[in-house]
Design a protein around this ligand. Structure first.
Ligand code: GLY
Length: 606
């Protein structure tokens, strides 16, 4: 078998599960659409939480996808052999359909089949299963199934810390069985339990796939019982499995990175250092993916992560000399930007088989996406380059990290890292206190969200969701039908909507909007959910967010008036209240410009 490319692996995975009656889902955006409790999708299952909890999925009970994910929890580890901020997760799901028997059989078949799968060597596979505790029994059932494929002495029992998976403190979870691959040159052969644990600790075996048997539910970190249905949730990191299949010892040598690493190597010449190169490659890719999914550098939430990634890459680029090698008369940032632009263009090529970054030779729209990524990246590098040199000088003088952050744009994490490299400690608590007082830069939301957590379906958020639909309808009634939603965000405290409108909304108009919304609330109107093909929903004129992507079958929420009339009709995944009477009192807090031709309203409920 010739070596499979990463594109082959992705395609084979989806074809394998399609052949086993799974519907193939497109990757959802990196930014969760209806889940304000997390900044990014961090696992393939994240967009599917409501369905794992029991809601009916329009495409059935067997699903598979390759989902874009971003994890920033161990950003400092990026640069070692397998940690990345952006990765794709291959996953297949059973929503109350098949369970352990098929899940395990198919995992094994896909990993080892030469015809349909990856053709990995079964003699290099090891498996772990849940050893059991007060929440769930020892998983002897999984062991019995595994014995059909793997010698029993290569199956190891491990505790919850290793073999239980949940995406956060609330939501679906369960025991899992994980597959590991021996990456040593001569093969490890049979190992005792302790030998196996040691091999895992020092990276001689690498986890390649996880099958979670999601039949339990967690609340506030505790397992509270079983779900109504038994689900399967599997996950395999594309980058890592590609590294294994291509026989590489680190992800950067696989075809998902090697061409980019080569550009960095050639450009840096004598200044090349592998760790900096890996950080640049990882961060440039993650930044491109985030920009393509609509994130823009800012001081908050997703935008702050993007800013941090680009600035971290810029610091490393400086180390490799990318800021020094100026063309005559060029601004410093121009040279470095040219290098970044070469790297970004290479990533555009590498992801040509997906729609993540647009098509290289494709339509106008796709090349616009490239230009957008290049442009946003450039703007941020430019902004940072102006203060990078000065900031580094200030850093050497032990300038207050607060000044470095606010005057020179050094994210605190970056200052901390630079300080750690010099063996200097940073007073993080002091910094945080000053920052808190500094109103413009509120990172607290981000910090909270890094902790993970599930779909925020708490009561206030659900009410705010429905209020958001009413607000859009009211804006259209007062300001005109041309008003369209251009962005939205809901937290536990407030809702925010961005919409096109080319002047300030007057206080009188805002008062009218507010009273319309409160009027609909007082009318206690029913909120109905219906599933239908996208075309049908479009034909019905249901509101959709400009630029957002929707699946073939969509759900539409309608706020109904008597006699088939309606206040609002919108494409939306929900959740919503079932009656507007449950919303409470609606109040607009603020109306302001968001960008050219786009206004922003923030509103709360009481
Ligand atoms: N959802 C399974 C995993 O991320 O491992």
């Amino acid at each position: 078998m010739t070596t499979l490319s990463s594109s082959d692996i992705r395609a084979r995975f989806l074809a394998f599960f399609k052949a086993r009656a799974h519907a193939i889902l497109p990757s959802a955006s990196l930014v969760p659409e209806n889940d304000p409790s997390v900044l990014f999708n961090t696992a393939g299952m994240q967009p599917l939480v409501p369905y794992l909890m029991g809601q009916k999925h329009p495409l059935g009970t067997r699903l598979a996808s390759s989902q874009k994910c971003v994890r920033t929890g161990d950003i400092e580890e990026v640069g070692n052999h397998k940690n990345l901020t952006f990765f794709e997760m291959l996953g297949n799901w059973s929503l109350g359909d098949y369970f352990k028997e098929d899940a395990i059989k198919w995992s094994y078949e896909f990993l080892t089949s030469k015809e349909e799968g990856l053709g990995l060597d079964p003699a290099r596979l090891y498996v772990t299963v849940f050893e059991g505790d007060e929440d769930a029994p020892r998983d002897l059932e999984a062991v019995e199934i595994w014995k059909n494929y793997i010698p029993e002495n290569r199956i190891y029992f491990l505790p919850k810390k290793n073999n239980w998976w949940s995406p956060g403190d609330n939501g679906p979870c369960g025991p899992d069985t994980e597959m590991f691959y021996d990456v040593t040159p001569n093969g490890l052969g049979d190992m005792t339990h302790d030998e196996y644990v040691a091999a895992d600790d020092d990276g001689r075996v690498v986890e390649i796939w996880n099958d979670v048997f999601m039949e339990y539910e967690k609340k506030d970190g505790l397992v509270i019982g079983k779900l109504a249905q038994k689900n399967v949730d599997t996950g395999s990191g594309l980058e890592r499995i590609t590294m294994i299949v291509q026989g590489k010892s680190n992800v950067y040598d696989s075809d998902l990175f090697a061409p980019v690493m080569n550009i960095i190597k050639d450009t840096a010449g004598d200044l090349y250092d592998e760790k900096s190169a890996r950080i640049i490659a990882d961060h440039v890719k993650a930044s491109a993916m985030l920009i393509a999914d609509g994130v823009r550098p800012s001081n908050k939430d997703q935008g702050y992560v993007l800013r941090r990634l680009i600035r971290r890459a810029a610091i490393r680029a400086k180390k490799l000399g990318f800021f020094e090698k100026m063309e005559p008369h060029a601004e410093e940032y121009e040279y470095s930007y040219n290098v970044f632009s070469d790297l970004l263009s290479k990533f555009f090529e590498l992801y040509e088989d997906t729609d993540y970054l647009g098509k290289v030779s494709g339509s106008q729209v796709s090349s616009e996406k490239h230009l957008l990524v290049l442009d946003e990246f450039k703007k941020e590098v430019e902004k940072f380059s102006k203060t990078l040199e000065l900031g580094l000088k200030e850093f050497e003088k032990n300038t207050d990290p607060f000044v470095l952050a606010t005057t020179y744009g050094f994210p605190i994490e970056l200052t901390e890292e630079l300080a750690a490299e010099k063996g200097v400690a940073i007073d993080r608590a002091g910094f945080d206190a000053k920052m808190k007082a500094h109103q413009d830069l509120s990172r607290s939301g981000s910090a909270e969200k890094f902790k993970g957590g599930l779909a925020n379906t708490n009561e206030t958020t659900v009410k705010l969701h429905t209020a958001h639909h009413l607000l859009l309808a009211a804006l259209q009634e007062v300001l005109g039908k041309e008003v369209k939603q251009k962005g939205s965000n809901i937290t536990e405290e407030r809702l925010r909507i961005d919409f096109n409108f080319d002047r300030k909304v007057t206080p009188e108009e805002l008062a009218k909007v507010e009273s319309l919304v409160n009027g609909w609330i007082a009318e206690k109107l029913p909120v109905m959910r219906r599933e239908m093909p996208r075309e049908e929903a479009e034909a019905l004129g249901a509101e959709m967010e400009f630029g957002a992507k929707y699946p073939d079958i969509v759900s539409v929420y309608t706020v109904q008036k008597p006699d088939d009339a309606y206040v609002s009709k919108e494409f939306c995944g929900g959740p919503h209240v079932t009656n507007t009477g449950d919303i409470g009192v609606f109040k607009i807090q603020k109306e302001e410009a968001s960008s050219a031709g786009i206004r922003r309203i923030k509103a709360v409920l009481s």
